[in-house]
Design a protein around this ligand. Sequence first.
Ligand code: RRO
Length: 354
Amino acid sequence: MGDVTIRTTADATPPADVDMTADLAGVVVSDPVFTASGCAAAGRELAPYNDLRAIGGVVTKSIQLTPRSGRPTPRMAETPSGMLNSIGLQGPGIDVFLDHDLRWLADNDIRAVVSIAGSSVEDYAKLASRLRGQPAALIEVNISCPNVEDRGQVFACDAHAAGAVIAAVRRSAPSGVPVFAKLSPDVTDIVDIAQACINAGANGLSLINTTLGIVVDTTTMRPVLAGVTGGLSGPAIRPLALRCVWQVHAAMPQVPIMGIGGIRTGLDALEFVLAGASAVQVGTVIFNDPSAPTRISRELRIALAERGIDRLADAVGLAHRPPVVTVPEEPDPPGDELLEPVVPRPVSFEEASP
Ligand code: RRO
């Protein structure tokens, strides 16, 4: 973090421009806003609303080795300030993905962060090796999907299992492509899991995936989702996500973090940056505002300018600096008239009684 002069919003003169460059383990992007995995497939649907070349890039829906139809419907439910999903890794499989989706992104000069998911360490290794020679700028290893039948497959809930997957991916992935581990908040100590991933060779972290939840329909008196549980996303989880980013950045300030969880505005994104994220991903908001990635990028730039910060990188982790200690001013020396304190004369009970 460089030296930063912080001005208040009131006295800030917005600089002509803000350098929005983010460095994600060597992948340098001119804008820090990405679309989050699972909320925009490979980005095609968002192209009419955003210049996807101008934002950081598209994180694709987690892809598996073979096609998968996902969980039974209903598999989405609204919640207060959020959304529950139990999609269950629906997708076309890696072959179709490479020929169709990744090619489309490359043909359109859109940076692709390829999210991979598997049921075993071997699955992940195979997927990573399939990305050799492919136009993937980054690999996001989704070890935290909440919607799997077997909770034992949520590798991100166990430090050893998380490390095993990341080590296998790092060995098999193209060497110049950074590997980011996407973690779950549903753990006792996220720093422990994050550390295991970094020790195993992850170059960065995506924090966080959705958190496991349930909605019950009070008319049918049954869970709304056919799969019963789902992943909770949206503004409801933002403080939880921020806490995870904060804790991991405090423990490993050099590790690049993509902050994810309920970002709706540029100020929300700024919260993540100040907590320690080098870049952000936006997801659930897209369902309500498909132009949100572009809007949030613009709002973040303005928010930085208004605070007198002309480089995004200078704001990363800034909220961790010690609080400013304000020393109370010396009281004015007393005037002559106040030299003697006025002490009330004690009054006896009899005197006070009428
Ligand atoms: O597909 C899903 O159900 C899903 C995935 Br892969 C994930 O990582 N997070 C989520 O909330 N849903």
